[in-house]
Design a binder for this molecule. Structure first.
Ligand SMILES: Nc1nc2c(ncn2[C@@H]2O[C@H](COP(=O)(O)OP(=O)(O)O)[C@@H](O)[C@H]2O)c(=O)[nH]1
Ligand SMILES: [Mg+2]
Ligand SMILES: [Zn+2]
Length: 303
């Protein structure tokens, strides 16, 4: 697919790279270990498609650096505004702030819906036990790494998951995203701080997202984005929800009714799996709540 006819006809002075920073109309393209400042070709201004962080682009160094074409996207998040994520690392603290299972499940559903692989890193295991959290999400089928600050091996265990991938680090303010990134690469020197100070500064301060090289791939710290941002642009139909809970997969096709919603229907194998402890009860509760929300959204939309 070509988004810009003019660009396709251009000569061979074009190179390809990945946008790692976008501030106003100024972009930084990362190509072959080098950063090139670019503007976007005027043609993007008149289109719904504008370059975003994570975009693979064609650019030319002529005219002070110009992005000429956006290559097809694998996926697109609206807030944070990022394209082509391979995976999202959900950083969850065992305590301070306490984990919110429902919000985490909502975010995981969005990631599943967009086919972005979710990973979990549990921090602050020195403050509280994380056995339940870990068990629930491992049962759900997700890779869960516990990152004990006293155990350097735990951080090392995360590295292979990042190799060659574009990863967004996501999670509440104060869970330890920046601390973790700094431990993965000391050169990053990202600011870290205590929760109270950060909350005081305002939770909705929008800061630009930036991708930086990590483990032969790229990673972004996504500060200042809450689950609300993440979710508000993504409405998932109630019929599509069960497909976004990977641990439901072995059961969904074996219910008595082919259109089973897995709520009150008789002979529902999903409900059976919940009763048997094969699907975590908290995950099933999140499903029911999201189903109710999806119904309400539909009713609201139809008005
Ligand atoms: N006790 C403990 N504190 C941590 C851990 N990870 C981060 N912190 C602290 O939690 C606070 C918030 O960390 P930060 O990395 O800024 O969180 P971010 O907002 O998610 O980027 C800082 O004071 C960190 O020192 C951990 O595993 N255990
Ligand atoms: Mg931070
Ligand atoms: Zn069912």
């Amino acid at each position: 697919m070509c988004l810009s006819l003019e660009a396709c006809q251009e000569g061979n002075d074009t190179e390809t790279g990945i946008i790692c920073k976008a501030v106003g109309g100024a972009f930084t393209v990362y190509a072959g270990g080098e950063y090139i400042r670019c503007a976007a070709r005027g043609v993007f201004r008149n289109r719904s498609t504008c370059p975003v962080v994570g975009d693979r682009v064609e650019f030319t160094r002529a005219d002070g650096g110009v992005i000429t074409r956006i290559l097809p996207r694998r996926n697109l998040l609206i807030r944070p505004h990022m394209a082509n994520l391979d995976q999202i690392l959900f950083v969850v603290a065992a305590a301070d702030p306490v984990p919110n299972y429902y919000i985490l499940d909502q975010l995981l559903v969005v990631a599943e819906y967009l086919s972005i692989r979710p990973l979990l890193a549990v921090t602050k295991t020195d403050l509280a036990a994380a056995d339940e959290l870990t068990a629930v999400y491992r049962t759900a089928g997700y890779p869960v790494l516990t990152v004990d600050p006293r155990d350097p091996a735990a951080v090392e265990a995360l590295r292979p998951y990042l190799t060659g991938k574009i990863t967004a680090f996501t999670g509440n303010t104060g869970v330890g995203k920046s601390t973790l990134l700094n431990r993965l690469d000391q050169k990053l020197e990202l600011p870290t701080g205590d929760t109270s100070k950060k909350l005081g500064r305002g939770r909705h301060t929008t800061r630009s997202v930036e991708l930086f090289p990590l483990e032969g791939g790229l990673a972004a710290d996504t500060p200042g984005f809450s689950s609300v941002d993440f979710l508000s642009y993504q409405h998932i139909a109630k019929e599509e929800l069960a497909g976004c809970f990977p641990e439901f997969a072995p059961y969904v096709d074996h219910c008595r009714f082919p259109d089973c919603s897995h709520r009150q229907e008789p002979d529902c194998t999903v409900q059976g799996a919940v009763a048997a402890g094969k699907i975590p009860a908290s995950r099933y509760r999140s499903y029911l709540e999201m189903y109710r929300q999806a119904e309400q959204y539909k009713a609201w939309e139809d008005k």
